[in-house]
Design a protein around this ligand. Structure first.
Ligand code: PLP
Ligand code: SF4
Length: 336
Protein backbone atom coordinates (compact mmCIF):
# COMPACT_ATOMS: atom_id res chain seq x y z
CA UNK A 1 0.00 0.00 0.00
CA UNK A 2 1.11 3.55 -0.73
CA UNK A 3 1.19 5.96 2.20
CA UNK A 4 -0.01 9.54 1.92
CA UNK A 5 3.53 10.93 1.84
CA UNK A 6 4.50 8.39 -0.78
CA UNK A 7 1.45 9.41 -2.85
CA UNK A 8 2.42 13.07 -2.61
CA UNK A 9 5.86 12.17 -3.91
CA UNK A 10 4.20 10.35 -6.83
CA UNK A 11 2.60 13.54 -8.15
CA UNK A 12 4.30 14.93 -11.24
CA UNK A 13 5.94 18.34 -10.79
CA UNK A 14 4.29 21.44 -12.24
CA UNK A 15 0.71 22.69 -12.46
CA UNK A 16 -2.31 20.63 -11.45
CA UNK A 17 -3.90 18.62 -14.27
CA UNK A 18 -7.14 20.61 -14.08
CA UNK A 19 -5.23 23.82 -14.78
CA UNK A 20 -3.51 22.17 -17.75
CA UNK A 21 -6.87 20.83 -18.96
CA UNK A 22 -8.40 24.31 -18.96
CA UNK A 23 -5.33 25.76 -20.66
CA UNK A 24 -5.70 23.48 -23.73
CA UNK A 25 -5.41 25.01 -27.20
CA UNK A 26 -8.90 25.53 -28.62
CA UNK A 27 -8.16 27.93 -31.49
CA UNK A 28 -6.92 26.15 -34.64
CA UNK A 29 -5.06 29.28 -35.80
CA UNK A 30 -3.13 29.28 -32.51
CA UNK A 31 -2.39 25.58 -32.94
CA UNK A 32 -0.90 26.30 -36.38
CA UNK A 33 1.13 29.20 -34.95
CA UNK A 34 2.53 27.01 -32.17
CA UNK A 35 3.90 24.50 -34.68
CA UNK A 36 5.32 27.13 -37.03
CA UNK A 37 2.57 26.81 -39.64
CA UNK A 38 0.72 30.09 -39.09
CA UNK A 39 0.76 30.75 -42.86
CA UNK A 40 -1.67 27.82 -43.36
CA UNK A 41 -4.48 29.42 -41.31
CA UNK A 42 -6.31 30.41 -44.52
CA UNK A 43 -6.85 26.72 -45.30
CA UNK A 44 -8.80 25.93 -42.15
CA UNK A 45 -12.42 24.89 -42.62
CA UNK A 46 -15.04 27.36 -41.42
CA UNK A 47 -16.48 26.73 -37.97
CA UNK A 48 -13.91 24.02 -37.13
CA UNK A 49 -15.85 21.71 -39.52
CA UNK A 50 -18.49 21.30 -36.83
CA UNK A 51 -16.26 19.86 -34.07
CA UNK A 52 -14.36 22.18 -31.79
CA UNK A 53 -10.59 22.01 -31.45
CA UNK A 54 -9.10 20.90 -28.15
CA UNK A 55 -5.56 19.75 -27.55
CA UNK A 56 -3.42 20.00 -24.40
CA UNK A 57 -0.24 22.09 -24.76
CA UNK A 58 1.97 19.22 -23.65
CA UNK A 59 0.71 17.19 -26.60
CA UNK A 60 1.27 20.14 -28.97
CA UNK A 61 4.87 20.29 -27.73
CA UNK A 62 5.41 16.76 -29.12
CA UNK A 63 4.43 17.85 -32.64
CA UNK A 64 7.24 18.58 -35.10
CA UNK A 65 7.77 22.21 -36.03
CA UNK A 66 6.93 23.26 -39.59
CA UNK A 67 5.50 19.89 -40.67
CA UNK A 68 1.92 20.01 -41.96
CA UNK A 69 1.95 16.18 -42.15
CA UNK A 70 2.92 15.70 -38.51
CA UNK A 71 1.02 12.63 -37.24
CA UNK A 72 0.04 14.28 -33.94
CA UNK A 73 -1.05 17.54 -35.58
CA UNK A 74 -3.26 15.66 -38.05
CA UNK A 75 -5.17 14.04 -35.18
CA UNK A 76 -6.14 17.41 -33.74
CA UNK A 77 -6.30 19.95 -36.59
CA UNK A 78 -9.54 20.44 -38.58
CA UNK A 79 -9.15 19.70 -42.28
CA UNK A 80 -11.21 20.81 -45.28
CA UNK A 81 -11.68 17.11 -46.11
CA UNK A 82 -13.93 16.81 -43.04
CA UNK A 83 -16.57 18.74 -44.96
CA UNK A 84 -16.78 16.05 -47.68
CA UNK A 85 -19.98 14.05 -47.58
CA UNK A 86 -19.01 10.44 -48.31
CA UNK A 87 -21.59 7.66 -48.69
CA UNK A 88 -21.47 5.20 -45.79
CA UNK A 89 -20.04 7.75 -43.35
CA UNK A 90 -22.86 8.80 -41.07
CA UNK A 91 -23.42 10.78 -37.89
CA UNK A 92 -24.51 7.54 -36.22
CA UNK A 93 -21.79 5.08 -37.18
CA UNK A 94 -21.80 2.97 -34.03
CA UNK A 95 -25.47 2.98 -33.14
CA UNK A 96 -27.32 5.75 -31.38
CA UNK A 97 -24.51 6.96 -29.13
CA UNK A 98 -26.67 9.55 -27.42
CA UNK A 99 -29.27 6.98 -26.44
CA UNK A 100 -26.63 4.44 -25.47
CA UNK A 101 -24.85 6.85 -23.20
CA UNK A 102 -28.13 7.95 -21.64
CA UNK A 103 -28.51 4.40 -20.34
CA UNK A 104 -25.14 4.82 -18.66
CA UNK A 105 -24.20 1.18 -18.92
CA UNK A 106 -23.64 -1.01 -22.00
CA UNK A 107 -23.81 -4.71 -21.36
CA UNK A 108 -23.36 -6.27 -24.81
CA UNK A 109 -20.42 -8.63 -24.20
CA UNK A 110 -20.50 -11.57 -21.83
CA UNK A 111 -18.94 -10.95 -18.45
CA UNK A 112 -18.12 -7.30 -19.14
CA UNK A 113 -20.23 -4.22 -18.52
CA UNK A 114 -19.12 -0.88 -19.92
CA UNK A 115 -20.00 2.26 -18.04
CA UNK A 116 -20.06 5.57 -19.91
CA UNK A 117 -18.50 7.35 -16.96
CA UNK A 118 -17.97 10.72 -18.66
CA UNK A 119 -18.50 12.30 -22.05
CA UNK A 120 -15.58 14.71 -21.76
CA UNK A 121 -12.12 14.38 -23.28
CA UNK A 122 -8.93 16.43 -22.92
CA UNK A 123 -8.37 16.20 -26.66
CA UNK A 124 -10.81 16.21 -29.55
CA UNK A 125 -9.61 13.56 -32.00
CA UNK A 126 -10.84 14.45 -35.45
CA UNK A 127 -11.79 10.82 -36.30
CA UNK A 128 -13.90 10.27 -33.18
CA UNK A 129 -17.65 9.52 -33.09
CA UNK A 130 -17.79 12.19 -30.36
CA UNK A 131 -17.65 14.85 -33.08
CA UNK A 132 -21.39 14.30 -33.54
CA UNK A 133 -22.21 13.80 -29.85
CA UNK A 134 -20.35 16.46 -27.93
CA UNK A 135 -22.20 15.42 -24.79
CA UNK A 136 -21.09 16.76 -21.44
CA UNK A 137 -20.26 14.74 -18.36
CA UNK A 138 -23.75 14.62 -16.90
CA UNK A 139 -23.66 10.81 -17.13
CA UNK A 140 -21.41 10.89 -14.12
CA UNK A 141 -24.28 12.17 -11.99
CA UNK A 142 -24.67 10.00 -8.93
CA UNK A 143 -28.18 8.94 -9.93
CA UNK A 144 -26.95 7.61 -13.26
CA UNK A 145 -24.26 5.58 -11.52
CA UNK A 146 -26.72 4.10 -9.07
CA UNK A 147 -28.77 2.79 -11.98
CA UNK A 148 -25.72 1.36 -13.70
CA UNK A 149 -24.42 -0.22 -10.48
CA UNK A 150 -27.84 -1.75 -9.80
CA UNK A 151 -27.65 -3.46 -13.17
CA UNK A 152 -24.16 -4.77 -12.39
CA UNK A 153 -25.15 -5.84 -8.88
CA UNK A 154 -28.05 -7.94 -10.15
CA UNK A 155 -26.09 -9.83 -12.80
CA UNK A 156 -23.55 -12.16 -11.25
CA UNK A 157 -22.22 -13.10 -14.71
CA UNK A 158 -20.46 -9.70 -14.85
CA UNK A 159 -16.93 -9.95 -13.48
CA UNK A 160 -15.36 -6.93 -15.17
CA UNK A 161 -16.51 -3.34 -15.04
CA UNK A 162 -15.14 -1.11 -17.80
CA UNK A 163 -15.05 2.65 -17.30
CA UNK A 164 -15.19 4.31 -20.68
CA UNK A 165 -16.51 7.49 -22.27
CA UNK A 166 -15.46 10.00 -23.48
CA UNK A 167 -12.64 9.75 -21.01
CA UNK A 168 -13.45 8.47 -17.51
CA UNK A 169 -10.31 10.10 -16.10
CA UNK A 170 -11.80 13.48 -16.95
CA UNK A 171 -13.71 12.95 -13.69
CA UNK A 172 -12.26 14.15 -10.41
CA UNK A 173 -10.61 11.39 -8.39
CA UNK A 174 -13.23 11.97 -5.66
CA UNK A 175 -15.93 11.05 -8.22
CA UNK A 176 -14.07 7.87 -9.13
CA UNK A 177 -13.84 7.04 -5.42
CA UNK A 178 -17.58 7.48 -5.11
CA UNK A 179 -18.07 5.03 -7.95
CA UNK A 180 -15.76 2.36 -6.64
CA UNK A 181 -17.21 2.65 -3.14
CA UNK A 182 -20.46 1.58 -4.79
CA UNK A 183 -18.64 -1.50 -6.10
CA UNK A 184 -17.32 -2.58 -2.72
CA UNK A 185 -20.25 -4.84 -1.88
CA UNK A 186 -20.58 -6.45 -5.33
CA UNK A 187 -18.49 -9.61 -4.88
CA UNK A 188 -18.71 -10.84 -8.49
CA UNK A 189 -16.81 -7.78 -9.80
CA UNK A 190 -13.16 -8.81 -9.68
CA UNK A 191 -11.68 -6.55 -12.36
CA UNK A 192 -11.84 -2.86 -13.10
CA UNK A 193 -10.81 -1.73 -16.55
CA UNK A 194 -10.30 1.91 -17.55
CA UNK A 195 -10.28 3.06 -21.18
CA UNK A 196 -8.42 6.36 -21.27
CA UNK A 197 -6.31 8.57 -23.52
CA UNK A 198 -5.38 10.92 -20.68
CA UNK A 199 -2.08 9.28 -19.60
CA UNK A 200 -0.92 9.96 -23.18
CA UNK A 201 -2.37 13.41 -23.89
CA UNK A 202 -2.28 14.82 -20.32
CA UNK A 203 0.03 12.56 -18.28
CA UNK A 204 -0.19 14.96 -15.32
CA UNK A 205 -3.65 13.45 -14.70
CA UNK A 206 -1.92 10.45 -13.12
CA UNK A 207 -1.18 12.38 -9.95
CA UNK A 208 -0.62 11.24 -6.37
CA UNK A 209 -4.30 11.15 -5.39
CA UNK A 210 -5.22 9.13 -8.46
CA UNK A 211 -2.34 6.68 -7.98
CA UNK A 212 -3.36 6.23 -4.36
CA UNK A 213 -6.99 5.51 -5.34
CA UNK A 214 -5.91 2.96 -7.94
CA UNK A 215 -3.37 1.28 -5.67
CA UNK A 216 -5.90 0.90 -2.85
CA UNK A 217 -8.60 -0.73 -5.00
CA UNK A 218 -9.12 -4.35 -3.95
CA UNK A 219 -9.59 -5.41 -7.58
CA UNK A 220 -7.44 -6.44 -10.51
CA UNK A 221 -6.82 -3.36 -12.60
CA UNK A 222 -6.38 -2.96 -16.34
CA UNK A 223 -5.75 0.39 -18.00
CA UNK A 224 -6.23 0.48 -21.76
CA UNK A 225 -4.47 3.51 -23.21
CA UNK A 226 -5.07 5.05 -26.61
CA UNK A 227 -2.00 6.05 -28.61
CA UNK A 228 -1.70 5.95 -32.39
CA UNK A 229 1.91 6.93 -33.01
CA UNK A 230 5.26 6.48 -31.25
CA UNK A 231 5.74 10.27 -31.20
CA UNK A 232 2.89 10.55 -28.68
CA UNK A 233 5.30 9.23 -26.03
CA UNK A 234 7.80 11.30 -24.12
CA UNK A 235 9.39 11.15 -20.66
CA UNK A 236 6.22 12.51 -19.00
CA UNK A 237 4.08 9.80 -20.59
CA UNK A 238 6.63 7.14 -19.60
CA UNK A 239 6.50 8.42 -16.03
CA UNK A 240 2.67 8.33 -16.00
CA UNK A 241 2.77 4.73 -17.26
CA UNK A 242 5.26 3.93 -14.52
CA UNK A 243 2.93 5.38 -11.87
CA UNK A 244 0.03 3.31 -13.25
CA UNK A 245 2.11 0.13 -13.12
CA UNK A 246 3.32 0.95 -9.61
CA UNK A 247 -0.35 1.18 -8.61
CA UNK A 248 -0.82 -2.38 -9.83
CA UNK A 249 -2.37 -1.84 -13.25
CA UNK A 250 -1.74 -4.00 -16.31
CA UNK A 251 -1.24 -1.61 -19.25
CA UNK A 252 -2.61 -2.23 -22.74
CA UNK A 253 -3.08 0.06 -25.72
CA UNK A 254 -5.65 0.44 -28.42
CA UNK A 255 -4.98 2.38 -31.60
CA UNK A 256 -7.04 3.44 -34.55
CA UNK A 257 -5.62 2.76 -38.00
CA UNK A 258 -5.52 6.19 -39.64
CA UNK A 259 -4.52 7.03 -43.18
CA UNK A 260 -1.64 9.51 -43.28
CA UNK A 261 -0.94 9.03 -39.57
CA UNK A 262 0.05 5.41 -38.88
CA UNK A 263 -0.82 3.41 -42.01
CA UNK A 264 2.60 2.00 -42.82
CA UNK A 265 4.44 -1.00 -41.41
CA UNK A 266 7.40 1.03 -40.09
CA UNK A 267 5.14 3.38 -38.12
CA UNK A 268 3.07 0.55 -36.64
CA UNK A 269 6.23 -1.39 -35.76
CA UNK A 270 7.74 1.68 -34.09
CA UNK A 271 4.51 2.21 -32.15
CA UNK A 272 4.55 -1.34 -30.76
CA UNK A 273 8.23 -1.01 -29.82
CA UNK A 274 7.62 2.33 -28.14
CA UNK A 275 4.60 1.00 -26.25
CA UNK A 276 6.63 -1.89 -24.90
CA UNK A 277 9.44 0.45 -23.88
CA UNK A 278 6.81 2.26 -21.76
CA UNK A 279 5.63 -1.04 -20.26
CA UNK A 280 2.47 -1.24 -22.41
CA UNK A 281 1.32 -4.12 -24.62
CA UNK A 282 -0.55 -3.48 -27.87
CA UNK A 283 -4.13 -4.81 -27.66
CA UNK A 284 -6.40 -3.69 -30.48
CA UNK A 285 -5.81 -1.90 -33.77
CA UNK A 286 -9.25 -0.62 -34.70
CA UNK A 287 -10.65 -0.05 -38.11
CA UNK A 288 -12.16 3.43 -38.09
CA UNK A 289 -15.78 4.01 -37.06
CA UNK A 290 -17.38 5.31 -40.25
CA UNK A 291 -18.38 8.72 -38.92
CA UNK A 292 -19.16 11.65 -41.17
CA UNK A 293 -16.10 13.87 -41.49
CA UNK A 294 -13.56 11.06 -40.99
CA UNK A 295 -13.61 9.38 -44.42
CA UNK A 296 -10.19 10.79 -45.36
CA UNK A 297 -8.65 8.73 -42.51
CA UNK A 298 -9.99 5.38 -43.68
CA UNK A 299 -7.72 2.49 -44.69
CA UNK A 300 -9.42 -0.34 -46.59
CA UNK A 301 -9.47 -3.83 -45.07
CA UNK A 302 -7.14 -5.42 -47.63
CA UNK A 303 -4.42 -2.85 -46.92
CA UNK A 304 -5.05 -3.02 -43.19
CA UNK A 305 -4.54 -6.80 -43.21
CA UNK A 306 -1.38 -6.48 -45.31
CA UNK A 307 -0.01 -3.93 -42.84
CA UNK A 308 -0.64 -6.15 -39.83
CA UNK A 309 0.95 -9.07 -41.71
CA UNK A 310 4.04 -6.97 -42.32
CA UNK A 311 4.18 -6.05 -38.62
CA UNK A 312 3.80 -9.74 -37.70
CA UNK A 313 6.93 -10.54 -39.70
CA UNK A 314 8.95 -7.92 -37.87
CA UNK A 315 7.89 -8.28 -34.25
CA UNK A 316 7.31 -10.94 -31.62
CA UNK A 317 3.68 -12.05 -31.49
CA UNK A 318 3.00 -10.20 -28.24
CA UNK A 319 3.73 -6.88 -29.97
CA UNK A 320 1.24 -7.45 -32.81
CA UNK A 321 -2.17 -5.84 -32.13
CA UNK A 322 -5.42 -7.56 -33.13
CA UNK A 323 -7.05 -5.84 -36.10
CA UNK A 324 -10.75 -5.43 -35.27
CA UNK A 325 -13.85 -3.51 -36.14
CA UNK A 326 -16.82 -2.70 -33.95
CA UNK A 327 -20.08 -3.91 -35.49
CA UNK A 328 -23.32 -2.98 -33.76
CA UNK A 329 -25.22 -5.91 -32.26
CA UNK A 330 -22.31 -8.38 -32.27
CA UNK A 331 -21.22 -10.17 -29.07
CA UNK A 332 -17.57 -9.11 -29.44
CA UNK A 333 -15.31 -6.95 -31.56
CA UNK A 334 -15.11 -8.51 -35.00
CA UNK A 335 -11.65 -9.58 -36.26
CA UNK A 336 -10.99 -8.12 -39.72
C1 PLP B 1 -15.37 -2.82 -26.81
C2 PLP B 1 -16.39 -3.12 -25.79
C3 PLP B 1 -16.09 -3.92 -24.67
C4 PLP B 1 -14.72 -4.49 -24.42
O1 PLP B 1 -14.42 -5.48 -25.34
P1 PLP B 1 -13.07 -6.32 -25.16
O2 PLP B 1 -13.02 -7.18 -26.38
O3 PLP B 1 -13.21 -7.09 -23.89
O4 PLP B 1 -11.96 -5.33 -25.08
C5 PLP B 1 -17.10 -4.19 -23.78
N1 PLP B 1 -18.35 -3.72 -23.95
C6 PLP B 1 -18.67 -2.94 -25.01
C7 PLP B 1 -20.06 -2.45 -25.14
C8 PLP B 1 -17.70 -2.60 -25.95
O5 PLP B 1 -18.03 -1.84 -27.00
S1 SF4 C 1 -9.82 10.57 -26.56
FE1 SF4 C 1 -11.04 8.85 -27.40
S2 SF4 C 1 -13.18 9.38 -26.94
FE2 SF4 C 1 -11.95 11.26 -26.69
S3 SF4 C 1 -12.04 12.32 -28.69
FE3 SF4 C 1 -10.20 11.03 -28.71
S4 SF4 C 1 -10.87 9.09 -29.64
FE4 SF4 C 1 -12.71 10.20 -28.99
Amino acid sequence: MITATHAARLSPPGPDWRTLWRDAVTDPAELLDLVGLGHLADHLPAGDAGFSVRVPRGFVARMRQGDPRDPLLLQALPQLAELDVVPGFTVDAVGDMAARSAQGVLHKYEGRALLIASGSCAINCRYCFRRHFPYGDEMAAAGQWRKALEHVRHDASISELILSGGDPLSLATSKLEELTQGLADIPHITRLRIHTRLPVVLPERIDGAFSQWLADLPLQKVVVLHANHANEFDADVDAACGRLRDAGATLLNQSVLLRGINDDAETLTALSERLFAAGVLPYYLHQLDRVQGAAHFEVDDARALALVDAVRQRLPGYLVPKLVREVGGEPSKRPV
